[in-house]
Design a protein around this ligand. Sequence first.
Ligand code: NDP
Length: 227
Amino acid sequence: MTGASRGIGHAIAAAFLAAGDNVTTIDRQGSGNGALALVGDVTDTASINAAFDQAEAAFGPVQVLVANAGATRDGLAMRMSDEDFAAVIDTNLAGAFRCARRAVGSMVRARRGAIVLIGSVVGLGGGAGQANYAASKAGLVGLARALTREVGGRGITVNVIAPGFIETDMTAGLGEKRRSEVLAAVPAGRLGLPDDVAAAAVFLASPGAAYVSGAVLPVDGGLGMGH
Ligand code: NDP
């Protein structure tokens, strides 16, 4: 899985470890909490392929991919630079694609596998100041559905989790006013926890979710009402 050095990814890796899985984590510092913690940058195909090679040498073919690495570079669209737009697409959308492309070959051979892409409520509902981020997360839905059509017949599922506002470094910068607005819009009356997302990832990778594919699973306390 990618992006486990902190936040949601850290919780996801911990949940799979607790379930007894061999977890490899990939991030830019190699500071994830996997049994095997590797350095890799999802914007760099060679580094991702090399990390997968190492993971497979250690644990055998990858059975589950959680593409979680993500970044923001917020700003109003009319002032957003090409670079800020492209960088977020490259990390969040193309990064997930690079990992899925590398993972899916051995899954096809094994005729089983689960790919979980970490999207966002913002990918479905938009977010002012987040044209790049919202587009990248919406793109993950198309990616999951295209892959489902390509490999769904081989026992492989591809799904998106759409978290709402989760307590991590990414949301720590929300001002008090924005935080109150968000809380007022969440029927659950609280921000989510990384463990809330991790539980959904474990479910989507489990045999019990074998017939769930091309789906978007919101984990947002009701914020998006299924959208
Ligand atoms: P954090 O910023 O806390 O963590 C992001 C993780 O991604 C880090 O481990 C970081 O590691 C890794 N990462 C970033 N860029 C790269 C890269 N180029 N290559 C490899 N790893 C990278 O984010 P969160 O835990 O909050 O978010 C995790 C995911 O959940 C993201 O995809 C985010 O968009 C999504 N999400 C978060 C929400 C929230 O409210 N927090 C809501 C909805 C979705 P390092 O920097 O060390 O490489």
